[in-house]
Design a protein around this ligand. Structure first.
Ligand code: UDP
Ligand code: MN
Length: 635
């Protein structure tokens, strides 16, 4: 009996051990899978990675140009508030003669000559060695991008004539250009660095600070270190933690020595004379944050698109950012060709800001995750807390617009969380307008609260103004939706079971309305206001309009009262939406023979049908409901 008992216990223990072993194996496999998935999700074009490459802790190092003593002594090692000190490690220098930058206990500094790799070019003419190095890399990583030729490419001259007569002060503050990168393509990254070195006047360039945000691509490891070690004024900092855009830039800023910080994406090319106009504007007013005009090179076609002036940065009620060309500016100045234009927001591509102002206004929000909306947060904060923003037309930088890999769901959620921080920190009661147009954010917000106590404290400490002030003073062009219950939300059609929709790709100029499956995301939100306009889209700048019998969207008029053609009346009892001028009713028409021919006429894609004006009947295709999807708190 006792023997039997012991055997059972032994057998049970064995089972337990086996179970534990199995469980550990599953956890290991899962973590491996997620590690790889996470890396893939934001990965950009680059050399093919070896299959099943395991995550390896990166070599952490900082390179300081050994030929520039000022850099070694002048590195500002201000204490990092938002980052852990142990996120950085500097590899020791063998050049004992020169005093290394101020050391903190867990930092070391690597000087380029310390590199012991015998095959690495380190002496003699740096240009020859760079070419050699590139060739080696080409063999090693199989690049087909053609290096040297393309590293210094000339750009078409697109500045206005007035710009060539502009005079800039000879004693401008020095700039630290901070370039964060995560798995950037080799040639693109190098072109960015070279283009800064080629165009920034030596006397105004303190340094180029490359900050590696935990890249995984092989070529961005020691090969990049070797390459950059040969470039004067270039420093490379590596983070051992993925910081995201905001965190990475904050790290760069904390290490920068220049008076003015210039944040730049890792896929840019600078026009001649881009830096001086920016520095001049910041020097004149240290609370001014400035951006060049951002021209665009398409990643795939390499087509160069010069951005039309005037241009300014704006965002919509979903907190998505746009550059808006030829905006309806209040004070149109005939002489504005080379005068800066104030901008409610600035894109993050290139941004110049006084270093002290950047720190005092709260740098980037350390709670911002990986990517997205951090520039909107900075913009609202700068304006609300005593600064200003503008686009400077005599400065132009090109940004390579890449076609993003589709975001995985979790990346989307990260972006939503960033937006929630903005809404809850800065938008006061206006945040409801955001949550109605972004239901995913609403649901995330319902289950968790952002940790924004410190940011709210900062806001109080700086005496920042409220969002109402921002809307009325800085960005009065943004339509403020009324969102009345029963008269706003998704416009649901009973007859077809679909919702009124508009393909965003058609742009801000408007186009035909369609019906499509109801998205439930808030992207189909519209707002029938007191004036009778049905305002569409996250900007609320497009109005439901009629072209003959076809229902379209067109830009809403700025002047009040609105035009009669844009006025609609909703009859709650019957669900009819009546076009005031024609007294016809809005009808959803599913795809059919007639419709196909109409579709061609209007040159549109029809998913499930279109919207027409028809004599009013009680058919359920003319029966509509405004469905509010969410009720944000306090609404
Ligand atoms: N970046 C980074 N860490 C990240 C994501 C992006 O350092 O987690 C860098 C990226 O390499 C680029 C800049 O931040 O230099 C802005 O990112 P991206 O160009 O993807 O933004 P976009 O221009 O598309 O808004
Ligand atoms: Mn970019």
């Amino acid at each position: 009996m006792r023997l039997w008992g012991r055997a059972t216990i032994l057998r049970r223990m064995l089972c337990l051990w086996l179970l534990l072993l199995g469980f550990t194996l599953v956890i290991l496999l899962l973590s491996d899978f997620f590690n790889r998935g996470g890396i893939h999700s934001l990965q950009k074009l680059g050399p093919p990675r070896r299959p099943f490459q395991r995550f390896r802790p990166p070599d952490m190092e900082v390179i300081v140009d050994s030929r520039d003593p000022a850099l070694q002594l002048g590195v500002d090692l201000a204490p990092l508030k938002s980052l852990q000190e142990d996120q950085l490690l500097f590899v020791p220098s063998s050049q004992g003669s020169k005093s290394p930058p101020q050391k903190r206990a867990n930092y070391k500094v690597l000087l380029p000559a310390a590199n012991k790799d015998a095959t690495a070019p380190g002496e003699g003419d740096p240009q020859v060695h760079l070419e050699e190095l590139e060739k080696n890399l080409q063999l090693r990583y199989g690049f087909n991008e053609g290096f040297s030729g393309s590293l210094h490419r000339s750009l078409p001259e697109v500045r206005s004539h007035g710009c060539f007569e502009e005079q800039y002060s000879e004693s401008l503050p020095l700039a630290s250009v901070i370039i964060c990168f995560h798995d950037e393509t080799w040639s693109t990254l190098l072109r960015t660095v070279h283009s800064v070195l080629d165009t920034a006047p030596n006397q105004f360039l303190q340094e180029v600070l490359l900050v590696d945000d935990l890249s995984q691509h092989g070529h961005l490891k020691s090969a990049l270190s070797q390459y950059m070690a040969h470039l004067e004024k270039v420093r490379l900092i590596r983070s051992s933690k993925r910081l995201g855009v905001a965190g990475c830039r904050t790290l760069g800023a904390a290490r920068a020595a220049g008076e003015v910080l210039v944040f730049m994406d890792s896929h840019c090319e600078c026009h001649k004379g881009w830096l001086e106009p920016l520095l001049e504007r910041v020097a004149q007013d240290r609370t001014r944050v400035v951006s060049p005009i951002i021209d665009v090179i398409d990643w795939e076609t390499f087509q160069y698109n010069a951005t039309q002036w005037p241009v300014r940065g704006v965002f919509d009620w979903r907190l998505d950012f746009y550059w808006e060309s030829n905006p309806q500016l209040q004070d149109k100045d005939p002489d504005m060709d080379n005068k800066p234009v104030q901008s409610p927001s600035l894109g993050g591509e290139v941004l110049a800001i006084d270093r002290h102002f950047f720190q005092s206004v709260g740098s980037y929000d350390p709670g911002m995750l990986l990517w997205g909306a951090e520039q909107i947060e900075l913009s609202i904060r700068v304006w609300s807390c005593g600064g200003s923003m503008e686009v400077v037309p005599c400065s132009r930088v090109v940004h390579l617009n890449h076609h993003k890999l589709p975001y995985t769901f979790s990346d989307q959620e990260l972006l939503q969380r960033n937006k929630i921080r903005i809404a809850d920190t800065w938008m006061d009661a206006y945040s409801k307008i955001f949550y109605r147009r972004d239901t995913l954010a609403h649901f995330i917000r319902q289950s968790e609260s952002p940790n924004i106590a410190e940011r709210l404290q900062l806001k109080r400490r700086l005496g920042c103004r409220n969002f109402h002030w921002y809307l009325t003073t800085v960005y009065p062009q943004l339509y403020i939706p009324q969102d009345r219950p029963g008269l706003s939300g998704e416009l649901y059609n009973v007859g077809t079971g679909s919702c009124a929709d508009y393909s965003r790709g058609q742009g801000l100029q408007g186009g035909p309305m369609i019906i499509a499956p109801c998205s439930g995301t808030g992207s189909q939100h519209c707002d029938l206001n007191f004036e009778g306009e049905v305002r569409w889209g996250p900007m609320g700048a497009l109005c439901l309009d009629a072209k003959l019998e076809r229902v379209v969207l067109s830009p809403c008029p700025i002047l009040r009262p609105t035009t009669r053609r844009l006025q609609w009346k909703f009859i709650k009892l019957s669900g009819q939406l009546v076009h005031q001028q024609s007294e016809l009713c809005l009808e959803a028409v599913k795809e059919g023979g007639l419709l196909q021919s109409r579709a061609k006429e209007f040159n549109t894609h029809i998913n499930t049908g279109s919207l027409f004006l028809r004599p009013c009947t009680h058919h359920n295709r003319q029966q509509w409901y405004f469905e509010q999807l969410v009720t944000p708190k306090g609404a």
